[in-house]
Design a protein around this ligand. Sequence first.
Ligand SMILES: *Cc1c(COP(=O)(O)O)cnc(C)c1O
Length: 273
Amino acid sequence: MDPSYPAYMDSSLMAGREIISIPCTISNAFVPELPRQKADIIYLCLPNNPTGIVLHRDELQRWVNYALENHSIIIFDAAYEAYISDSDIPHSIYEIDGAKQVAIEVRSFSKSAGFTAVRCGYTVVPKETGLQAMWMRRQCTKYNGTSYVAQRAAMATFTPAGKRGINANLAYYKRTAQIIAGGLTALGYEVYGGENAPYIWCKTPDNMTSWDFFDFLLNECQVLCTPGVGFGPSGEGFVRFSAFSQREDSEEALLRIKNGFRETLCVRPNLSR
Ligand SMILES: *Cc1c(COP(=O)(O)O)cnc(C)c1O
């Protein structure tokens, strides 16, 4: 998917692979279309970083069917599963018929339990894929293991107290995402995501480039975002806002964006919408 989490692209290039990118733009509502060529490995990140989109069951079924027909493997990145709010969105690719034959699912504690830098996640490689022996060899050769302290911390997230703590944090971040999305919309911005993901994918005003708008927000408003083009060419003309912050800071950022435009004569958002 273009735009996408850069690790898929980087690791594939390092492995000497040919890349097929699938543009996810406003015109297709950021929903990836099936490639016409045969792809060996397909990365699907849902809910998506950076666009925040999710796929419905029938849309995901089309990808599983494609993988079954083309003998492809889907690497399903469910890092943001905990942010799904809509009740009819699948939380795992294994909810889809046939997925056990063609899908590997990766999960992380980074975004559900604030484990970024702590380093703990897990990978599901079903027997039906026929890849378990290969995965075992790969893990035993390349991986040094998760530290015991991190493992115990990850285990604690499954206890009743751990679940309560995590759910309180998730609710807080989800609400912050709504506040950011609502605030930007009220200021006239065109925003996507933020409903089933902690990210808000925001169209830059006046067709500014991602970096021009990033510089503007940094220098004129002292607000930090992520330039969309950093996620791939189709991310040009967007920036990503994150809800991983204190509520007051996000509210302050919205205020600064509002005032920043008022005080700067040279650049204004397109308020016609
Ligand atoms: C943050 C993130 C992860 C998690 O990576 P870790 O190495 O477990 O911290 C995975 N996928 C996506 C798309 C992410 O944004």
